[in-house]
Design a protein around this ligand. Sequence first.
Ligand code: HXC
Length: 514
Amino acid sequence: MNDHLEVLRAMRAKALEGGGPDRIAQQHARGKLTARERLALLLDDGSFQELGALATHDETEFGLADQRYPGDGVVAGFGKVSGRRVAAFAQDFTVIGGSFSRVQSHKISRIQDLALESGVPIIGLNDSGGARIQEGVASLAAYGEVFVRNVMCSGVIPQISVILGPCAGGAVYSPALTDFVVMARGTSSMFLTGPDVIEAVTGELVSIEELGGSDVHEARSGVAHLVADNELGAIELAKLLLGFLPQNNNEDPPQLVPYDPAERMADELNAVIPDDEAETYDVRDILGHVFDRDSFLEVHAAYAANAVTGFARLDGFAVGIVANQPAVMAGVLDIDASDKIARFIRICDVYNIPVVTFVDCPGFLPGIDQEYQGVIRHGAKIIYAYCEATVPKISIVTRRAMGGAYVAMSSRQMRTDIAFAWPSAQIAVMGAEAAVRILYAREVRAATDPAAVTAEYVRQYRDAFFNPYRAADVGQIDEVIEPRETRPRLIRALELLRTKVQQNPPKKHGLFPA
Ligand code: HXC
């Protein structure tokens, strides 16, 4: 028996070394932690239960007979984050560049299955050179095993991908299929085809950072939802994010003990909308006053910054926030903002997180490029997502709600439960000048003083439409409230809606505009 124990202990000790001391030193020299060090940061002390620690490929593997490492490029298992059960894996770059192998696939698939069956979130710490080239088609098939499970888990258990090194080739698609991608600035990258292949095929020269660094995916591609300054920050962001999510789609997100008075009014909000309509403001100033102190976690902050999405708490309950951002492009909706908003609403809906929408939007962005790029089908995603969502939905029109933007941004008719407006709301088919140009072209042309006549028509139009009361008369707005009351109003509304039941017709799935 003692011999058997010795063998096991020796193999376990080897597994703890990953690719060996030299590779670990290289990993550290690059400012990166090892897979086990990362899991130790993610999981509660002593909670990690490893599975497949000793698995590796057999001696016949092409070119890898002398590179057999117990654990084979990934550390996987389950544990706890802030006392909540999770499944987790961390790719080990010190073992053949974290490349994705059959064994790696078996180990990750195994914990995906266990996580799905047990209804617990799964967090992947990614650091991989993509499909293990020596394994040939087997490593491609191995990806398929993980992808199918990513999709089966989608909308059932939260899936968070943290990118902590290169994530090349097929390695990017599993994260892309998960709910959230978190990157670490400077040390992580994501690309499908690397700089060498791009140079060979297109002749373009690009560095890894320029091609797929965190700045690219944070602000341009939108692949990354959250970016931290370093590895530790990225892991902390994943944990923070997890706090807003339920264990699975049959549960509600955890509620914190309320720490900010529910009846707190914010007088500052009464002065937040500038008197001069041409002036902008930062919608995040509003959010800071309404939600529980310091609870806002912005998601996709630098991508499509003309819209703001993120999680926060109201009286300790998790909520999702969608807002136009007047400080960027006047808060207009474009293709990227549409994609960002629609995706966020669907995440909230699937995980039972109420959606609170702040509306101040002049409409969809006019332009040939936007039309050619398909602003119609992208804009339709927002409408689809709001209409489809059955979670509690509350909207607040703070200023402009013009035309398509009024309808698309959580209008009452699209199954929004309660629609509030501030007295500064302007709800109209279009802006005053544009409306007068269309409605009174003949009168203005015939006038001896066209400018004066135009100004008079504009005044009449504004008197008629640039307030929330006409919309309130016909129930498009449920209540006009003072800005300072917004927090208690929202809390009471969400209290009512906590037991909301609404179902969509049975179907295989809808056809989300893509
Ligand atoms: C086997 C790999 C590997 C891979 C890296 N290594 N990627 N081994 N298969 N895919 C090995 C290297 O040979 C090296 O071993 C060790 O890992 C560390 O790699 P380095 O290149 O020294 O590290 P670094 O300079 O940091 O560069 C990291 C990297 C680079 C940018 C990820 O290794 C790289 O470009 N790898 C290939 C990426 C790629 O094209 N993947 C696509 C595969 S095809 P030694 O022993 O020399 O130190 C694919 C398609 C799937 O994934 C599609 C599914 C839908």
